[in-house]
Design a protein around this ligand. Structure first.
Ligand code: UDP
Length: 389
């Protein structure tokens, strides 16, 4: 029996750890699992915990008004340490690159608890983009015990940084497992135009945005592009589930509200995952700075325009189904209009490819952990030996 402690604090962590937790729960004689939430993004996380039936065993409740990044990291370190002592897990599991995940890794390292990092090895090598996620991943790359890399590219990044080969396993991205499960599920709406009647018969552009480095002028320029596109293209409809961070929602609603009157721009609250997957499937194109959405778009065969200058997910660019468009208004308008009006350009980017995963990554994640558990995998070059707890 292997005891796993999952620590998560945001929406994408819930989406991408859900398939692993679900599978571990299906194997109760192999795994004893505990789930701890930190509260980094409580309001956006909770509907996902309910949807996925994740039932946390512990909640660190770190959210404070005007929470700083240092406040998140300090809260997780302080809250998690006594829990690690009490639970004594065989493995700590974290996903991705959030402040929650990075702080949890440090806390486990201090207690000599083996760490499995799901979605390891993504890099831009620019500590400012994405901020602070690139720093988080690089720290996690130094400290984790087992690196579960989604792709060969991410594995090679880790090997180049000196991580021993036997500590890296290519698993695919567990987000694609969730996408597969959602598409197989009966909760998926077959017709999103019931929820959004004005998109019927139009070309749908699905928009998301929340990257910290785009706050301010970058996001304002993206919004100006969206407004122009809606005003100038009668066959275009836009659905934009707006992130709850006021640095996003305030400028988005201020700049875009005038265009809502056209009836072809919908500024929604963040939507539940089945609705979002239905929107992905209905979209003509996607405009996003989200990491997870960049992975999902090619799996449903939709062109993805990325409102960033760099991405740690180059596989979609290489496959020709994603493009970096940055935040410049003219560049975005021209890239979107090309996909709206040029059927050849659209067809070239609308191929279903799966560079990020085949939908069965959770099995590889758990298999890698079981294999390391039975061989008494060492932590930092030492034999596992007596626990420091
Ligand atoms: N998503 C969702 N509802 C929304 C917007 C996004 O369920 O209104 C999902 C989406 O399918 C993807 C994930 O949230 O799996 C992306 O989360 P986010 O963009 O917040 O984080 P990132 O992936 O950039 O870390």
């Amino acid at each position: 029996m292997t005891k796993l402690l999952f620590v998560l604090g945001t929406r994408p962590e819930a989406i991408k750890l859900f398939p692993v937790i679900r599978l571990a729960r299906m194997l109760p004689s192999d795994f004893d699992i505990k789930v701890c939430t930190t509260g980094q993004h409580r309001e956006m996380l909770e509907p996902f915990l309910r949807l996925f039936d994740l039932r946390p065993d512990h909640d660190l409740a770190i959210l404070r008004p005007d929470q700083t990044l240092s406040g998140i990291v300090a809260g997780v370190l302080e809250g998690l340490d006594p829990l690690l002592v009490a639970e004594r897990p065989d493995w700590l599991l974290v996903q991705g690159d959030t402040s929650t995940a990075m702080a949890a890794v440090l806390a486990a390292f201090h207690r000599n608890i083996p760490i499995a990092h799901v979605e390891a090895g993504l890099r831009t090598w620019d500590l400012n983009a994405p901020f602070p996620e690139e720093m988080n991943r690089q720290v996690m790359g130094r400290v984790s015990t087992l690196h579960l890399a989604p792709t060969v590219w991410s594995r090679d990044n880790l090997l180049r940084e000196g991580v021993p080969e036997d500590r890296v396993v290519v698993t695919g991205n567990t987000g694609i497992d969730s996408l597969r499960l959602a598409r197989e599920s009966s909760t998926l709406s077959k017709d999103v135009s019931v929820r959004y009647p004005s998109i019927a018969g139009r070309k749908l552009m699905l928009v998301t945005g929340h990257r910290r480095e785009n706050f301010g002028q970058g996001l304002a320029d993206v919004c100006t592009a969206i407004r122009r596109l809606v005003e100038e293209n009668q066959d275009l409809a836009v659905v934009f589930p707006v992130h709850l961070n006021p640095n996003v929602s305030e400028p988005v609603r201020r700049i875009l509200s005038p265009a809502v009157a056209t009836g072809r721009l919908i500024l929604d609250e963040p939507v539940d995952y089945p609705t979002f997957v239905s929107l992905l499937c209905a979209a003509h194109l996607i405009l996003t700075d989200s990491g997870g959405v960049q992975e999902e778009a090619p799996s449903v065969g939709k062109p993805c325009l990325i409102t960033r200058e760099k991405t740690e997910r180059p596989e979609g660019l290489e496959a020709g189904v994603a493009r970096l468009v940055g935040t410049n208004t003219e560049r975005i308008v021209s890239a979107v209009e090309d996909l709206l009006n040029n059927p050849e350009a659209n067809a070239a980017m609308s191929r279903v490819v799966n560079p990020y995963g085949d939908g069965h990554s959770a099995e590889r994640v758990l298999a890698a952990i079981v294999q390391r558990s039975s061989s008494g995998f060492d932590l930092v070059g030492r034999s596992r030996g007596p626990s420091l707890l």
